[in-house]
Design a protein around this ligand. Structure first.
Ligand code: SF4
Length: 382
């Protein structure tokens, strides 16, 4: 499989958890919540003979309901929350003289890589949990509390484009006592295709359905997380408005898009130049981190994803064999989803606004730290 080449957790690629999902769905005592990453909806159709880049969001939701999940939520809600936290963290570091650049940390293959290879840089990645982990912990706290469900009865299943997310969900720091872990089971896009076939569902005949509320609401900023450059673009949409107090009219940051291995841009915000870099592939990541270590490069924020093209090219997706046309078709579908959303900035998501007002309080505040942030560990002696 291609994941061995791009992610250090390739050893886990055979860890098949479909049986565990069926078991949870057949257990009448379990309340089973499913969430789906942005990249899944632009690739799942390929498993049913549809063209790469076909957007199947509505059919995917319909299929998940037929499989028997009690609630169908969207990892994109977690992505919008990630931006609330990460944009606040960036502004906090700037205002308090914190260490820059901030590095995105939602790719677990990349997190494991820097824990092993760059232990002296452990204080620069964002401490935000990744979006599916945030959605998991919010399902077992905010959602459970609001709807009077015993969190111990909730099983959260993440559908991910990614093999490394299986390892991530098992990290002991990504859970809350006494209800652990944040996410119980991770299956890939390919495993979901198999479940749909096993259930005898005719995927192409399904009528579109909507995600459940409130953890199914999302903005265009959350969709673009699925492709390289998207996390930084989403963070900039929010950080720009928070720093300037002005509406951002053009939300597309073209310089951060496309398949180049390392992209750089200088974005002026309120008289300060923000120096941004975006990389995908761990070889490119190493190049850029070595430049930071040696003092040859100065950035304010860097997005790093382990897979070619970002999560659309993940090791759990329908096989693409490095075909650039397939990756570009999926990326175009991601940007089309973004354009089709009425709201395209994470801080405008009404369900996210309600979450902070009713439950979390301030972004990057005490409760946010307790539920939505994590820490990194040196995995090798310097
Ligand atoms: Fe997983 Fe995305 Fe990272 Fe690939 S880029 S390892 S799919 S999180």
């Amino acid at each position: 499989g291609q994941c061995v080449a791009v992610c250090p957790t390739g050893a886990l690629m055979e860890l098949d958890q479909v049986d565990k999902v069926w078991k949870a769905l057949n257990d009448t005592n379990r309340y089973v919540i499913v969430e789906t990453a942005p990249a899944v909806r632009v690739a799942l159709g390929e498993g049913f003979g549809l063209e790469p880049g076909t957007i199947v969001t509505g059919k995917m939701v319909a299929a998940l309901r037929r499989l028997g999940f009690d609630r169908v939520f969207d990892t994109e809600f977690g992505a919008d929350v990630t931006i609330m936290e990460e944009a606040t963290e960036l502004i906090h570091r700037i205002e308090h003289g914190g260490r820059l650049p901030i590095l995105t940390s939602c790719c677990p293959a990349w997190v494991k890589f820097f824990e092993h290879q760059f232990p002296d840089l452990l204080d620069i990645p964002s401490t935000c949990k990744s979006p599916h982990q945030m959605l998991g912990v919010l399902s077992k706290s905010y959602y459970a509390e609001t709807y009077g469900i015993d969190p111990k009865k909730i099983t959260v299943v993440s559908i991910m484009p990614c093999i490394a997310k299986k390892y991530e969900a098992a990290r002991p720091e990504l859970g809350q006592d006494p209800v652990t872990p944040d996410v119980d089971i991770v299956i890939t896009t390919r495993e979901l295709s198999r479940m749909i076939r096993e259930a005898g569902i005719h995927f192409d005949h399904l009528k579109d359905e909507e995600f459940d509320h409130p953890l199914g609401e999302s903005t265009g900023a959350a969709v673009v997380f699925g492709t390289t450059g998207g996390v930084i673009e989403a963070a900039l949409r929010t950080a720009y408005e928070w720093i300037t107090g002005q509406p951002l009219e053009k939300v597309e940051f073209e310089a951060l898009r496309g398949m180049d291995g390392i992209k750089e841009a200088v974005i002026p915000i309120s008289g300060r130049d923000f120096r941004i870099a975006v990389t995908h592939g761990l070889g490119n990541a190493r190049t850029i981190l070595e430049k930071i270590q040696s003092g040859d490069a100065h950035y304010d924020a860097i997005e790093i994803m382990a897979c070619p093209g970002g999560c659309i090219g993940g090791g759990g997706q329908p096989y693409h064999h490095g075909n650039l046309e397939i990756l570009e078709a999926r990326a175009n579908a991601i940007y089309q989803e973004d354009r089709s959303k009425p709201l395209r900035k994470s801080h405008e998501n009404p369900a996210v606004i309600a979450l902070y007002k009713d439950f979390i309080g301030e972004p990057y505040g005490e409760k946010a730290h307790q539920l939505l942030h994590t820490s990194f560990t040196q995995r090798r002696k310097i």
